[in-house]
Design a protein around this ligand. Structure first.
Ligand code: PRX
Length: 642
């Protein structure tokens, strides 16, 4: 089933150490067997690991593409992350937080419970937040962000976390799309020693227009230096408003299918999609996958470096580990501040045992050199994980050998905002590792590689699809059921992931990356259309086309091919202004790496831009057939200018 026998003849196959296997949570194939024998029964058993207020009547109601899991069941996500631990883990550290400036705060499960209850009561009684209301969280990586997420869950408000690197426009779009009533932010956050003025960005977003937003709660994190002003009647200081609130708050019983959160992600149009996740199924998968994939144990110090603004932070920094009663490390800043050894210093001081990060970070560490690592004792590590983009075997081997000391298994986990939790990954003590390959579907998950016509690829390349419903699957796109259908369910009968992948004779999947018009820059999804529509907003731009180019560190980088209006100079200053404009309009993650000015774009005779040709130019590949182009000579010019 896991292909161990056939794997042994493969060249680069790496096994976990015997010590790791002997101590692992799952060291035999029982989970695989249980899931294959009775998939729904398997998921019901995982759901039983949660505390339910009311048991479900039916495990799954599947009316393609609409799934309901644990139908009729009731539970509360914050109860399952906090209250369930109060008897046995009251004094256990839940969160170790380290600020970029070096300060450390710890919260026991009891502390966290108190803080969550205080905020939950505040939201209910002072701001009249009710079940189903949306709350946007636009915050730095401070404990109050995790607390806010859980406080929303406690009272049944739907949280929409917007990554603190997004611009005022991006924030405004997301506040309005979700029709949030309240927003929680901070006066600012630290990033590489600089202050990110979050509250000022919030003010700008509100100035653009957020009619549904009634109140803003502001955490004072930076203090005076941030020059933050609070608008009377609209803005409130976080610690002042929670001060008098009770630290006990009865959790709202939530239907298993009640929404838990919305999280926006880029798609193939200019408008981001609000991916909706519900309560029972999401939490079931979050809890199970954290324990199984990361081999999480009672005494682990678990560090996921993702920001809570992304799905990885939701599932594997907040919900998954806390549902398992883990000690979670949360770090505010960047890996190179004040020095490039910051992560290894953190691992040494806090004795981190599980470390989950992205290939972009791994490639940067590799480039910075081993000296930064050798200054530190990182032998507390026992398992490593990677997520967000394909990892090249060279970076994988470096991670395994230099960071993991050839002793820590590496789990390469493939999943998406839409899948809510890990879909493809080895179980570290069971399946041998192949550098660059995510491995097998998790027990309970059924996947396939398909040909464009929907037929199966048994060995080879094609399009990745998840072929059976799973508990943490997205339940829709907020306010846009049509988009949910057309994006994920039109191409095949089964869920279409938008990724290309290969499957080998052992059933191992290697995910190659997006096949749609979505880029993956440093593990972050950015729609080419989003960047294009921003570029054409710039006064001098007549037309623009955006594609990805390979980037040694970030995996992909953004290239804009731009036609300027006649009165504008195609010089370096205009290029710099354009890049700055995109960063300001969307956020720094969308800043183009390269702008190529051109008098024309490769188009078909009917005027459609041939992106394939631009992609090939950016990737330095053969151009292919240009006979259908209106003016084929433009290709040579673009190649020269690139
Ligand atoms: O292209 C795949 C890539 O990231 C996309 C999902 O992005 P997002 O929704 O932002 O979630 C990222 C974190 C779960 C996927 O469609 N991706 C994610 N993990 C991997 C990956 N590509 C290759 N290998 C992975 N392990």
């Amino acid at each position: 089933m896991t292909g161990i026998d056939t794997l042994l003849h493969e060249e680069r196959v790496i096994q976990a150490t015997e010590t790791f296997k002997d101590n692992a949570n799952y060291s035999d194939e029982s989970l695989y067997i249980e899931a294959k024998t009775d998939r729904l029964g398997f998921w019901a058993n995982r759901a039983k690991d949660l505390q339910w207020v009311k048991n479900w009547d039916q495990v799954l109601d599947w009316q393609r593409p609409n799934a309901k899991w644990f139908v009729g069941g009731q539970l509360n996500a914050s109860t399952n992350c906090l209250d369930v631990h109060l008897e046995t883990r009251k004094n256990k550290t839940a969160i170790i937080w380290e600020g970029e400036l070096g300060e450390v705060k710890t919260y026991t499960y009891e502390d966290l419970h108190h803080q969550v209850c205080k905020l939950a009561n505040t939201l209910k009684t002072q701001f009249n937040i009710q079940k189903g209301d949306r709350i946007t969280l636009y915050m730095p990586m401070i404990p109050e962000l995790a607390i806010s997420v859980l406080a929303c869950a406690r009272i049944g408000a739907i949280h929409s976390v917007v990554f603190g690197g997004f611009s005022a426009d991006s924030l405004q779009n997301r506040i309005q799309d979700s029709e949030s009533k309240l927003l929680i932010t901070a006066d600012g956050g630290y990033r590489r020693g600089k202050i990110v003025p979050l509250k000022q960005i919030v003010d700008e977003a509100i100035a653009v227009g957020c009619p549904t937003l009634k109140s803003v709660i502001v955490v004072s994190h930076i203090g005076e230096e941030s020059n933050t002003t609070l608008l009377k009647g609209r803005d409130f200081d976080y610690h002042t408003v929670i001060k008098e609130s009770s630290d006990s708050c009865a959790p709202e019983p939530m239907d298993s299918e009640d929404p838990l959160f919305i999280l926006y992600t880029s798609g193939t149009t200019g408008k981001p999609k609000g991916i909706v996740h519900t309560t029972g199924g999401y939490l079931t998968h979050a809890k199970y996958s954290t324990k199984a994939v990361f081999d999480l144990k009672e005494d682990d110090i678990y560090w996921c470096t993702a920001d809570i603004g992304w799905i990885t932070g939701h599932t594997y920094l907040v919900y998954g580990p806390l549902a398992n009663g883990a000690t979670v490390l949360m770090y505010e800043g960047t890996p190179d501040y004040p020095d490039k050894n910051r992560f290894w210093d953190i691992i040494e001081r806090h004795k981190v045992s599980i470390f989950y990060t992205a290939p972009t970070a791994i490639r940067a560490f590799m480039k910075w050199g081993d000296d930064h690592i050798n200054q530190h004792d990182i032998s507390s590590l026992r398992l490593l994980g990677t997520v967000g983009e394909p990892i090249n075997p060279e970076a994988w081997m470096w991670y395994y050998e230099v960071i993991g000391g050839s002793r820590c298994p590496v789990v390469d986990t493939w999943w998406q905002t839409e899948t809510g939790g890990i879909m493809l990954s080895n179980l570290p003590a069971i399946n041998p590792m192949k550098p660059g390959s995510a491995g097998l579907p998790l027990p309970g998950i059924e996947a396939k590689v398909l040909n464009p016509d929907g037929s199966d690829v048994t060995v080879g390349g094609g399009l990745l699809s998840i072929t059976e419903p799973w508990p943490s699957m997205l339940r829709g796109v907020w306010g846009d059921p049509g988009r949910f259908n057309s994006t994920y369910w039109k191409k095949f009968d089964t869920y279409y992931a938008g990724d290309g992948a290969t499957i080998d004779p052992d059933g191992y999947y290697m995910v190659l990356g997006r096949v749609d018009d979505v880029l993956n820059v440093a593990g972050h999804r950015i729609g080419t259309m989003e960047v294009e529509s921003t570029l054409v907003e710039f006064p001098g731009v007549a037309e623009a086309a955006v594609v990805g180019m390979p980037d040694e560190i970030k995996g992909q980088a953004i290239v804009g091919f731009v036609i300027l209006k006649e009165s504008f100079e195609p010089n370096d200053q205009t290029k710099a202004e354009l890049c700055e404009f995109v960063a300001k309009k969307i956020g720094a993650i969308a800043r183009p790496k390269k702008i190529v000015f051109t008098p024309d774009l490769p188009k078909t005779r009917s005027g459609k831009i041939m992106r394939r040709i631009l992609k090939n130019i950016a990737e330095g590949k053969e151009i292919g057939d240009t006979t259908t182009l209106a003016s084929p000579e433009i290709v040579t010019l673009l190649q020269e200018r690139f």
